[in-house]
Design a protein. Structure first.
Length: 187
């Protein structure tokens, strides 16, 4: 079995079953698929449970704000590597994410939103192929645009741009840019 399949299965199981037993139940799970900005030979997956804040700001205005916490595990792979280079790495990350809704926040209708989030991330390797990130500890920045799908069983489809960087704390600071599509399934 491929490592990323084991990872996806494990995180999904942990984020739903064990969290329910601990009364720490997430409100949704995000499944993300993407590729590295420079080349389609570099791609990966990410699974992240999320916990909605259940708070809204600017209610009744042209835009409304809300957000959630997200904790993710990712697997990123480079198919074009030399024998002495890392071919894959795993990420562990967590962050608050602010959502900016165009119109009223309502999970029971189709609506468009933007989101932004920044948080710490740990990469299991300091390089992937010829890209050197300087350290295992990085910042994970997310920018996205998405929309609700369906009304009976709410879900969301989101385009997200990810940027991993150590903010120059340890050279080299190559960074990692990813374009992804995320599907959010609510419980």
């Amino acid at each position: 079995m491929r490592p990323w399949m084991v990872l996806v299965t494990l995180v999904f199981f942990l984020s739903t079953n064990i969290a329910q037993a601990m009364s720490f139940k997430p409100t949704a799970t995000t499944f993300t698929f993407g590729y590295w900005n420079e080349c389609t030979d570099r791609h990966g997956v990410r699974v992240a449970p999320r916990w909605d804040w259940n708070v809204r700001w600017l209610e009744g205005r042209p835009i409304e704000l809300t957000g959630y916490w997200e904790a993710g595990v990712g697997y990123w792979r480079n198919n074009k590597t030399k024998s002495d280079q890392n071919r894959y790495l795993y990420t562990l990350s967590g962050s608050p994410i602010l959502q900016i809704w165009l119109g009223e926040y309502n999970m029971q209708r189709t609506a468009v939103f933007f989101e932004i989030g920044v948080g710490p991330a740990y990469l299991t390797e300091t390089s992937l192929g010829d890209a050197n990130f300087g350290s295992n500890w990085q910042f994970e920045d997310k920018f996205g645009i998405g929309m609700n799908l369906g009304t009976e069983n709410p879900a969301q489809l989101i385009y997200r741009y990810y940027h991993y960087s150590n903010a120059g704390f340890k050279p080299p600071n190559r960074g990692l840019d990813l374009h992804t599509v995320a599907f959010v399934w609510f419980f």
